[in-house]
Ligand binder design. Structure first.
Ligand SMILES: Nc1ncnc2c1ncn2[C@@H]1O[C@H](COP(=O)(O)OP(=O)(O)OP(=O)(O)O)[C@@H](O)[C@H]1O
Ligand SMILES: [Mg+2]
Length: 149
């Protein structure tokens, strides 16, 4: 089983899309293992997006991401990192296919409503950056034998 870090960004929260986004991951069969509603500091977002520090949009991105509440979550499932990235669509919503989260729910690259880790290695880093061990809840979901052979 893999884990990935997913966050509904401030625009997704303000637009009332948390429920729709959670629904898609639940319906796919993924398991929610940690969640918190919080406003991240600009420094936290600078750390989160450190790989992009040389990009011209880095400053604005970190300001936007810390401008309001985000719904930070860890989800678990087989091949989840790759599958979630497919469910998100492309970074630019204008290039995202209908049926994907960004292709259905947003328009602009700077307001693309959701973050998902792009590799297993980054997923591990991001989960550790956002969550402490005691914030995870262990449980066995009843549907497990019907999702995995
Ligand atoms: N050319 C750009 N102009 C403005 N904002 C951009 C641009 N490219 C990326 N961004 C913003 O920076 C975020 C991080 O970029 P990244 O390349 O990591 O894309 P991503 O992995 O699809 O998005 P995220 O990491 O937020 O899930 C994007 O989601 C977007 O909000
Ligand atoms: Mg990214």
């Amino acid at each position: 089983m893999e884990r990935t870090f997913i966050a509904v960004k401030p625009d997704g929260v303000q637009r009332g899309l948390c429920g729709e986004i959670i629904k898609r991951f639940e319906q796919r069969g993924f398991r929610l293992v940690a969640a918190k509603f919080m406003q991240a500091s600009e420094d936290h977002m600078k750390n989160h997006y450190l790989d992009l520090k040389d990009m011209p949009f880095y400053g604005g991105l970190c300001k936007y991401m810390s401008s309001g509440p985000v719904l930070a979550m860890v989800w678990e499932g087989q091949s989840i990192v790759k599958l979630v990235r497919m469910m998100l669509g492309e970074t630019n919503p204008a290039d995202s296919k209908p049926g994907s989260i960004r292709g259905d729910l947003c328009i602009n690259i700077g307001r693309n409503i959701i973050h998902g880790s792009d590799t297993l290695e980054n997923a591990k880093k991001e989960v550790d950056l956002w969550f402490k061990a005691e914030e995870f809840v262990a449980y066995t979901p009843c549907g497990q034998p019907w999702l995995y052979e």
